[in-house]
Design a protein around this ligand. Sequence first.
Ligand code: ZN
Ligand code: ZN
Length: 184
Amino acid sequence: MQFNHDNMTGVYLAADIVNLRARTDWSLDALEAVLRHHDIRRPELSPAAVIALRRWAVRLRAVFAAPDVETRCHAINGLLVDGAAGVYLTTHNGLRPHLHFTPDEDDVVGRIMSVTSGSLAIFTVEAEGNRLGACGRSGCLRVFVDTSRNGRRAYCSTRCSNADAVDRHRRRARHSTRHPAPAE
Ligand SMILES: [Zn+2]
Ligand SMILES: [Zn+2]
């Protein structure tokens, strides 16, 4: 499945912000590094901006972890109300018409809220409500964007997928020693 690249920045940015929060090193510096990685302009953050984005990350996580399409759409609609109320079409720099979700002069928190909510909405249209997920390994709080061919991804990483397979194997082994097969 091919996704419109223009709109993917906010989707990957959303996943990275949520995953930063899943680790213990959520900090101003770590968050700014994520924003720079995604070429967010003027990424300098104040402590208040960090707090605002931490709250936003909780709401972003609900989009990835939604149990069904309806819940996901509802969660994204909530983000759009607060993040992308200023959506408009533009042809700046001679480009073909495309959507901007907020004026460029908006502060960094406003721009992140708008690009993540707008991109998640467009991605959800293109992916028919699927292809966003939370890792299936218990204890892992990471989320992922599933651009695989079959769209059946269940884990944030191969590492979690392998670890979960080992855990399941151990649980089965323990279960069968506790309940040995009856002797003939
Ligand atoms: Zn543009
Ligand atoms: Zn994981």
